[in-house]
Design a protein. Structure first.
Length: 521
């Protein structure tokens, strides 16, 4: 084993081979790549021409002046899951440095990297392998970019499932995972019912997450505070603080989703809460009139405008259900803060469950675990938890406009983002923004820029563009993206810094490619 490739930790020795059973949606494949080293002055000149041609798409001069008073800290790009091969290694690692160099030349500050639990701890409990992430870190360091690790304690689509050894434990105790009302096991992530119970091979879920974070800290100790300044801690499906209420294969948009509280431990918790409330019958199960995954609010007795969500029982259940999730987020952020201390900022990704927002019940938010309705504010408690741990919040869907969504689904992505940003600003909690879908149209970039540079909020920590893949480096898309980043860089840095970056002495990279793939969407 090469010490230069693999990091040893006191929690386990890193292994070189990753089992090949990790399912992948796609990998890198390259057929014809030509990389040209360009002078940054020429590169900036092209961006300036594009900026002049497209300036009408964005802010007015007055808005630009206001935005300049509220600069963001960093611009990141998400690393596509397609960079990983079916064996968990990097697919065609010789091409990644060129992509990173191009991002650096465009003015990007860093890359958000998904750290998959099922890849890192695949060989066995507390046997950690960060080898592939050390490779990525080295490439980013050479490119002059920062790395934002996103610790994903769930299925990482396109990279790996949950660790294989976890499935062996689930064979004898499937209730370590969430269950829906039909008894279906949802194996995306561990149930929060085992957060504090040592039911997973003698460890609790929070203990498992904490052990991995400690191993990561030891492996990258020399990079914390320099290469790595932020760490986003996954708290549920897709790394978001929510229940798996709208699982792929069972749900389709804009269904209300389903409550995920039917594993044995969650039902025991519900039963105890009902007894303490003096209503033991309320603890037998979740609401029986909440419908199924794909129903609309009006089709259920629970989520209808005057439905039973307004009843005393409805309030009891929704409060219990959301409090379990809040406790989970609190425990996870507490563990992260203990591990990373002041060496890196800690972040939590908050879901933007925007469909049915403009209805009284906010059904989709309720099943996801956010008790936000006409009668209750579900976001303030999350902001308070982040403030208590000095953490930042990461919000997706920043490219979405209310008017672009299906009108019958009563969506409100802009409203949720505005609400959370306002509450976070009042509490002193920084907020990061990112887009949800891979888009390169003017409307997407305009909305991202508007949200990022909104003069109403001075607490915008970063923008993360999703994602670095083959489509990004195609000529037309790359031109759009480069112009967008150039505008952000001009707003977030003083003129002297921009002029210095444009010095002819600084080399940059531009990627020109034909008939090739740079990851898979």
């Amino acid at each position: 084993m090469s010490e230069s490739r693999f990091c040893r930790t006191n929690l386990g020795i890193l292994r070189g081979a990753i089992p090949g059973q990790h399912a992948k949606r796609g990998v890198f494949s390259y057929r014809s790549i030509r990389v040209f080293e360009l002078n940054r002055k020429t590169f900036r000149r092209d961006l300036r021409i594009k900026s002049q041609r497209n300036s009408a798409n964005f802010f007015s001069r007055e808005q630009e002046a206001q935005a300049a008073d509220h600069p963001i800290t960093s611009v990141y790009v998400n690393l596509s899951h397609g960079v990983f091969s079916v064996t968990g290694d990097l697919a065609y690692p010789q091409a990644l440095p060129h992509g990173f160099a191009a991002l650096k030349a465009a003015g990007v500050d860093g890359v958000a990297v998904p750290v998959a639990w099922g890849l890192v701890e695949a060989d066995g409990p507390q046997q950690y392998d960060f080898g592939v992430y050390q490779q990525i870190a080295g490439m980013l360091r050479d490119a002059g970019l920062r790395m934002q690790p996103r610790l994903e304690f769930c299925i990482a689509e396109g990279i790996a499932g949950v660790p294989p050894w976890l499935l062996h434990i689930a064979d004898s105790d499937p209730d370590i995972f969430f269950r829906d009302q039909y008894g279906n096991v949802l194996g995306d992530c561990l149930s929060i019912g085992v957060d504090n119970e040592e039911a997973v091979g003698g460890r609790s879920a929070i203990g498992i997450y904490g052990d991995l974070m400690e191993a990561f800290r030891e492996c990258f100790s020399a990079d914390l505070g320099s290469l790595i300044t932020d760490v986003v801690v996954g708290a549920g499906p897709h790394g978001e603080l929510r229940y798996p209420s709208y699982p792929r294969g069972r749900w389709h948009f804009p269904g209300v989703g389903e409550f995920q509280c039917y594993d044995r431990r969650m039902l025991e918790s519900l039963s105890q809460a009902a007894r303490e409330a003096g209503e033991p019958s309320w603890g037998r199960r979740g609401p029986q009139d909440a419908g199924h995954y794909c129903m609309w609010p009006r089709d259920t007795a629970f989520f209808a405008d005057e439905g039973s969500w307004r009843s005393e029982y409805g309030d009891f259940f929704l409060r219990w259900y959301s409090e379990q999730l809040l406790q989970h987020g609190d425990l996870l952020l507490g563990a992260a803060r203990r591990v990373f201390g002041q060496s890196a900022a800690v972040g939590l990704k908050l879901p933007v469950v925007h469909w049915w927002y403009h209805t009284p019940s906010h059904a989709a938010e309720l099943t996801a675990g956010i008790y936000n309705s006409a009668n209750n504010d579900g976001y303030k408690p999350i902001v308070d938890i982040a403030a208590g741990h000095r953490a930042f919040l990461q919000l997706s869907c920043a490219e979405m406009k209310n008017e672009d969504q299906r009108p019958e689904a009563k969506c409100g992505p802009e409203d949720i983002i505005q609400k959370v940003r306002g509450q976070a600003a009042a509490a002193g909690v920084p907020v990061g923004l990112e887009n949800n879908f891979h888009r390169f149209d003017d409307r997407c970039f305009e909305q991202l820029r508007k949200a990022t540079l909104d003069p109403s909020f001075a607490n915008t920590k970063c923008l993360t563009y999703n994602a670095m893949g083959d489509e990004l480096f195609k000529g037309y898309h790359w031109g759009k993206f480069s112009h967008f980043i150039h505008d952000l860089v001009a707003c977030k840095e003083p003129p002297s810094a921009v002029q210095k970056a444009a010095s002819p002495a600084t080399a940059a990279a531009n990627v020109h490619r034909t008939n090739s793939w740079f990851g898979f969407w």
